[in-house]
Design a protein around this ligand. Structure first.
Ligand SMILES: O=C(O)CCC(=O)C(=O)O
Length: 419
């Protein structure tokens, strides 16, 4: 059976290349140092001969080399061609590994291959002539893992027994919230586009109710087994530590299932947060469970309008996103759980003490829940707004508005950034 599975996988994945020449062209335009070595590995995909360990080591060392190059300097400065090379090499490694293990493939090997493809999706860049190469490859692999090894996929290992019910950071969030000395922002149930545009034009935050009730995600994603079935084996970046400004904060790659077991169900000593990750480009099947709110079509410059950037924010109670602003408009949709959001207008920036380092200029040094007024005396001049974002509600955060977000219990939010 394994052998047939591998044959099917190879033939399915090779169909994604559509025309062999497409990938060949991409290899030619990629980094010239490794172009020849990569091309040799590529040709092995189509040969009828056995894949040797040497070829596997070759493709592995190409990936290591490109990864090191990618990790030099700031992410925004990494040449796209270098990232495309990583995409191609990841794909080639997948097919070579499948061929190499064709007689004794098991779930662990398939998972390892899927991890390699996900790493390709995270570090690589879409190919010009085949932008969905790795996305489709990952879908094929992930589906066959579930079809062929269903019994392995859904078991959640949680030493604590995995109580999914008790995760409230605060038993009475409503009460705590009402103690915060801030203005509560307006809320409207299902505002018309015209009504919403008043807030958009005035750049004022608004809580919208009743807009995402029809999303399948509202019911489906509460079922953790559904998420594991759709994405449990997929590798995602997890933020470890309470806040990204803390010294001991870091980011780790792990599978969604590992994240759920370690940080979502069982409580590790530190917080893990699957934050600001474009899960929906990585796993398009999940995108079918949500929609793009029509409010995102309002914009200031229709010539430069593009689709919103969609990110997921999935984690246990207690995650904190430090006070910061983003350069785009935002609709933060609460699929489930409750978040407390504190907001400040851009005109109050002078009272919020942003960090001076370039990378943190959009982040305030003040913790608005416990401001140190000796260090930051002008903070008291800032006008604070507050919002309790409950399940099914959507918060409009105008661009450059400062926001501080705490999850009061297990929570899944989706943000739509647009300009
Ligand atoms: O939900 C969070 O933790 C933060 C959300 C956020 O900062 C954003 O959507 O821009």
């Amino acid at each position: 059976m394994e052998c047939t599975l591998v044959k099917k996988l190879i033939s399915k994945t090779l169909k994604i290349i559509k025309v062999r020449d497409e990938l060949k062209t991409s290899i030619k335009i990629s980094n010239s140092h490794i172009c020849n070595r990569l091309h040799k590995c590529f040709c092995k995909i189509f040969e009828n001969r056995e894949v040797t360990t040497k070829i596997l080591l070759d493709i592995e060392s190409i990936l290591d080399y490109v990864e090191d190059e990618i990790n030099i300097g700031h992410w925004s400065k990494v040449p796209l061609d270098l990232r495309r090379t990583y995409t191609i090499a990841s794909f080639i490694k997948m097919v070579l590994c499948l061929k190499f293990h064709k007689n004794n493939i098991d779930i662990n090997k398939l998972r390892e291959i899927l991890r390699c493809i996900d790493k390709g999706l995270l570090l690589g860049a879409p190919l010009k002539n085949n932008p969905e190469l790795l996305t489709k490859a990952a879908t094929i692999l992930s589906k066959s893992i579930h079809e062929h090894f269903p019994e392995h996929s859904l078991i959640i290992e949680s030493e604590s027994g995995g109580d999914l019910k008790s995760d409230e950071v605060c038993n009475q969030p409503q009460f705590m919230f009402s103690n915060i000395d801030a203005l509560e922002i307006d809320f409207i149930t299902l505002p018309s586009l015209e009504h919403f545009s008043v807030y958009f034009r005035n750049q004022h935050p608004l809580k919208l109710q009743g807009c995402i009730d029809h999303w399948p995600a509202r019911t489906k994603w509460k079922n953790i087994e559904y998420l594991i079935e759709m994405a449990g084996d997929r590798t995602v970046p997890v933020e470890i530590g309470t806040q990204y400004v803390d010294e001991n904060w870091s980011q780790k790659l792990m599978t969604l299932k590992e994240f759920i077991e370690k940080y979502y169900i069982k409580k590790e000593d530190c917080i893990g947060y699957l934050a600001q990750h474009n899960l929906f480009d990585q796993i398009p099947e999940l995108k079918k469970d949500i929609g793009i709110p029509e409010y995102c079509t309002l914009c200031e410059d229709y010539d430069n309008f593009c689709d919103p950037e969609i990110n997921c924010w999935f984690g246990p109670g207690g995650t904190v996103s430090s006070l910061h602003y983003d350069p785009k408009h935002n609709l933060l949709a609460q699929i489930y759980g409750t978040k407390q959001v504190l907001l400040f207008a851009p005109s109050d920036t002078q009272f919020l003490y942003p960090y001076e380092e370039t990378l943190l200029r959009n982040t305030s040094q003040v913790d608005p829940m416990m401001p140190n007024l000796e260090l930051y005396p002008n903070f008291k001049k800032a006008k604070m707004y507050k919002c309790l974002l409950n399940e099914g509600e959507v918060l409009y955060i105008p661009k450059k508005w400062w926001h501080h977000v705490i999850a009061l219990d297990r929570s899944f939010s989706v943000s739509f950034w647009w300009q």
